[in-house]
Design a protein around this ligand. Structure first.
Ligand SMILES: [Zn+2]
Length: 377
C-alpha cells in the first residue's frame, strides 16, 4: 500500500515520511486510530515506504521489487499477527493462528483495510466467536523474529488490534520489545489504546491517526464509488469519520431504500396509524445497516425535494422513478418543516447508532413526520 492510496490525512503522512527521511525510525510504533480510521492502511503504507528501494520525499515508488511484494502483502519479511478464532478448517486453538489465515487476511485487507473485528470474524468463518490473539501466537512471534531478514532492510511485524492479545502473549511481546532484534520494526495498530498494557504503551512511539474529516469521507466515496456528491456529503455527516461505516452505508442497496421510503412516506402522509405500526414492524426486521440506510436515503430525498422546489429541475439528478416521487414529495415540503424533518431523521439515525429500539425509533419518527407534513407554510 502506498500513501497516495489513502485519501486525505496529508499532515500525518508528512510526519511519517519525514521521520524516515531523517533516519528517526523508532523500532516499535503504535498506530492509534478509532474504528474506520486509517491506522492500518497508514501502518502498511509506512512499512512499504521504509523498505522501498526508490522512495521519494512524497511516497514509496510502487514499482521496485520490495514495493510490489508489499503491495500484495507477500513480502517474506512482512509478518502479520491478528486476532483469530477456531474455524471449521482449524478446529484446534494452536492451529488457528495468524499464519494459517494469511490468504484470507490478504484478501480482506486488500479489498478494504478500514473494516472492524466483527467483519474480520465473518471473513474468517468465525461469526459469533470472540477473536483473540492467543498465547500460542506469542511463541510464533519469537520464532519468526529469530530468523534473519530475507531481503528487506527492515523485517516488519505488524500486529493488528493488540488489545485482543492474551496476557501471556502480550508478555512475550513485551520481552522482545525490551530487547529487540536489530533492524526489526514492530508496528502495532490499535483501536483502543487504554486497553493495552502500560508497559507496551511506554515502549512504543505513538502515532495518532485522527478520524477522517467529513470532507475526506465525502471525497473517498466520490472517488472510490463515484457516489453522487450530495449523497456522499450526507453519508459523511452521518458516519463521523468512520470510513468503513461510510462504505457500508454507501453500498447498502439504494433500490430497496427507495421503494421502502416512498411507501413509508405515503403512509405518513395519509396518517394511517395502523399501517404505520405494520410498517414499523417491517422495519424492525431489517438489519441495522438497512435501517440506517433508509434514514440516510430519507435525508437525501429531503434535500432533493428542496433543490427541486427552489432550484428547479436541473438541480435534481435522479432516475425517472425517484424523480416522479420527488415532484410529489416537494409539494409537502416547505421552509417551515424542512429543517424540522431533517432534524428528526438525523436524530433517529443517531438513536439507532446508540442501539435504541428500532421499533420505537421508527414509530416516533413516523408520527413526527406525519405531523410535520401537516404544518402550514
Ligand atoms: Zn519502491
Amino acid at each position: 500500500m502506498q500513501f497516495s492510496e489513502i485519501l486525505g490525512l496529508e499532515d500525518i503522512k508528512k510526519t511519517l515520511i519525514q521521520s524516515v527521511q531523517n533516519n528517526h525510525v523508532a523500532h516499535a510504533q503504535l498506530f492509534v486510530g478509532k474504528e474506520g480510521a486509517a491506522a492500518l492502511p497508514m501502518a502498511m503504507a509506512y512499512a512499504t515506504y521504509v523498505n522501498c528501494e526508490q522512495k521519494t520525499t512524497a511516497d514509496s515508488c510502487g514499482r521496485c521489487p520490495s514495493c510490489r511484494k508489499f503491495n500484495k502483502l507477500i513480502h517474506p519479511d512482512l509478518h502479520f499477527v491478528f486476532p483469530t478464532a477456531t474455524t471449521k478448517t482449524f478446529k484446534k486453538r494452536e492451529d488457528a493462528l495468524s499464519s494459517a489465515f494469511m490468504e484470507i487476511w490478504r484478501a480482506f485487507v486488500l479489498e478494504n483495510p478500514y473494516r472492524n473485528l466483527r467483519e474480520w470474524a465473518q471473513a474468517l468463518g468465525a461469526e459469533n466467536k470472540q477473536c483473540l490473539i492467543p498465547v500460542h501466537e506469542g511463541r510464533n512471534i519469537i520464532k519468526t523474529l529469530s530468523l534473519k531478514a530475507y531481503e528487506a532492510e527492515y523485517k516488519i511485524l505488524m500486529i493488528w488490534l493488540p488489545e485482543w492479545m492474551n496476557v501471556n502473549a502480550a508478555n512475550a511481546l513485551l520481552k522482545i520489545l525490551e530487547e529487540p532484534p536489530a533492524k526489526t520494526l514492530f508496528l502495532l495498530v490499535t483501536e483502543s489504546r487504554d486497553k493495552l498494557l502500560k508497559t507496551i504503551l511506554s515502549r512504543t512511539q505513538h502515532i495518532i491517526i485522527r478520524p477522517f474529516t467529513d470532507t475526506e469521507v465525502k471525497q473517498n466515496l466520490i472517488e472510490k464509488f463515484q457516489t453522487e456528491a450530495l449523497r456522499a456529503g450526507q453519508i459523511a455527516t452521518l458516519t463521523d469519520g468512520n470510513l468503513a461505516e461510510a462504505f457500508r452505508l454507501n453500498q447498502e442497496a439504494k433500490d430497496d431504500s427507495q421503494e421502502r421510503f416512498v411507501e413509508w412516506m405515503r403512509i405518513c402522509f395519509r396518517r394511517d396509524y395502523s399501517e404505520m405500526v405494520k410498517q414499523t414492524d417491517k422495519f424492525q426486521e431489517y438489519g441495522k445497516q438497512a435501517q440506517k440506510a433508509l434514514l440516510q436515503y430519507g435525508l437525501s430525498m429531503l434535500r432533493e425535494a428542496l433543490a427541486f422546489k427552489f432550484g428547479g429541475e436541473e438541480l435534481v439528478r435522479l432516475e425517472a422513478e425517484a424523480f416522479e416521487f420527488i415532484q410529489k414529495f416537494a409539494t409537502v415540503i416547505h421552509e417551515k418543516n424542512i429543517e424540522l424533518l431533517s432534524h428528526y431523521f438525523t436524530d433517529a439515525y443517531n438513536q439507532l447508532e446508540r442501539n435504541a429500539n428500532p421499533k420505537i425509533t421508527f414509530l416516533d419518527l413516523s408520527l413526527q413526520v406525519s405531523k410535520a407534513f401537516r404544518m402550514k407554510k
